[in-house]
Write a protein that binds this ligand. Structure first.
Ligand SMILES: Nc1ncnc2c1ncn2[C@@H]1O[C@H](COP(=O)(O)OP(=O)(O)O)[C@@H](O)[C@H]1O
Ligand SMILES: [Mg+2]
Length: 434
């Protein structure tokens, strides 16, 4: 369980603009700065919306983004009244349920599974987080950001409808017990995908700071493509000569950068720190904070940092569930990268585009040590060949042959000979307070 650092309360309708600024009069123009081919609307442009005009305002302002505006009754139908059998997960905003949309619900909708996030009216978050998410995700499109399909704003109800991500969150995949652990190359693929999502946000014409980067907000497609979801805390980056944005400190303990917690000064480098924490979780298989561990090991960053730059010590912190099946070169480079991201000095951290460049080759390193757990079933032909080879050689050169076979099979998971027990994903674990 993760603990929020400070409040997140239901925000009165009149306070949806900047966190520390008073409400400003609504600007005439819907958008402020150029973002790609269209002008990206920001929260400040939607100040003081009343509940009756907000929905209308939003659908006009976001008209170009193809967002569907749903009514609550429709979302009830598609989620079977938010039944527990459709439950996918839960963070601080409220529960998320699976549903299915198609032409019958609304002409023009592509038939597809969706995830519906419903604001918990008794929870800690509220209208502001919902609006932030609609505004950011409604306008930003990228292969590594989850796609927002639509929303619902009816009386006090606030819902969001996203593309469904079949493998759920990275948190669930990495820390679920009783399942096959994520292989090394998949971990590197996830790190790279999530890094590309963050790099896109930081490098947008009007940059965005994500502010809540962590495993439960990284969702996985069927092929483990990582996509960022949950933009409830996202902020527009500093503009003009400003070096940072001043905000109330919000985020998740264990992931937020120390200087941000101390000063409230938010920069893209705060996201880079959080990325370093998640990279460390991928390497070690440990959560950023684990109260059940001995005191010295409870804070992942503090425990692992001294070992990240020492190749001899690195193996001590690598996830035991990998059973040694990782590229040593790759692990060394990933650990050095995590070390830089976790630097106490924000300026010494790499930018997310440097992180992407560093990670890009890591998924392809193939100096994975030969494991003993890969069980291969030889075909009849191979069995005969093996038999005759044994008879012919009767010595340990045969052992080397088998060894090679194992290695080849390990490298090509598509091989029909490889028995690969991929567990089915289940979403019954609640990550309250994520
Ligand atoms: N599009 C989705 N597809 C599948 N599961 C999802 C999807 N969106 C959210 N979830 C599940 O719900 C959890 C909470 O979602 P999230 O958007 O992080 O909500 P919150 O804003 O409350 O933190 C995720 O960690 C994940 O397990
Ligand atoms: Mg979340």
């Amino acid at each position: 369980m993760t603990v929020k650092i400070t409040w997140r309360s239901i925000v009165p309708m009149c306070c949806v603009n900047g966190e520390e600024e008073p409400c400003k009069p609504k600007k005439e123009a819907a958008a402020v700065t150029k973002q790609g081919s269209f002008l990206r609307l920001s929260l400040l442009d939607l100040s003081n919306p009343s509940s009756t005009t907000l929905s209308e305002d939003l659908s006009i302002s976001l008209a170009g983004s193809n967002l569907h505006v749903f009514i609550l009754a429709e979302l009830k139908v598609i989620t079977q009244s938010f039944s527990s059998s459709n439950f996918l997960g839960e963070g601080g905003f409220g529960p998320v349920h699976k549903g299915f949309i198609d032409e019958k619900l609304r002409p023009g909708l592509n038939a597809q599974p969706v995830a519906v996030k419903h604001l918990d009216l008794e929870g800690l978050q509220g209208h502001r987080e919902w609006l932030t998410e609609v505004i950011f995700l409604g306008q930003l499109r990228h292969p590594h950001l989850v796609k927002l399909i639509g929303y619902c704003c009816e009386e006090e109800h606030r819902l969001l409808v996203y593309e469904y991500m079949p493998r759920g969150s990275l948190e669930n995949q990495l820390f679920r017990r009783y399942s096959v652990s994520l292989p090394w190359s998949t971990r590197m693929k996830i790190a790279l995908g999530a890094a590309k999502g963050l790099a896109f946000l930081h490098e947008a014409e009007k940059p965005v700071i994500y502010r809540d980067f962590k495993g439960s907000n990284i969702l996985l497609d069927s092929d483990y493509t990582a996509k960022l979801s949950d933009f409830g805390l996202a902020k527009d980056g500093p503009e003009g000569d400003n070096t940072h944005v001043s905000t109330r400190v919000m985020g998740t303990q264990g992931y937020a950068a120390p200087e941000y917690i101390m000063t409230g000064h938010l920069t893209a480098m705060s996201d880079v720190y959080s990325f370093g924490v998640v990279l460390l979780e991928l390497l070690t298989g440990r959560r950023s904070v684990e109260k059940s561990r001995p005191p010295r090991e409870q804070n992942l960053v503090e425990w692992a940092r001294p070992m990240l730059n020492d190749p001899r010590k690195l193996s001590r912190i690598m996830d035991p569930r990998l059973e040694g099946q990782y590229s040593e070169t790759g692990a060394r480079k990933a650990a050095a990268l995590a070390y830089q991201c976790l630097s106490h000095r924000p300026k010494q951290r790499p930018t997310m585009s440097t992180v992407v460049k560093t990670l890009e080759p890591l998924k392809d390193f193939d100096d994975i040590s030969v494991g003993t757990f890969v069980f291969t079933v030889p075909t009849d032909q191979e069995f005969k060949e093996n038999e005759s080879a044994t008879a012919a050689k009767k010595n340990n050169s045969n052992h080397r042959q088998n060894h090679k076979l194992h290695r080849q099979n390990f490298r090509s998971p598509k091989s029909p000979k490889l028995i690969h027990s991929e567990s089915n994903h289940s979403f019954n674990s609640k990550s309250k307070g994520a």
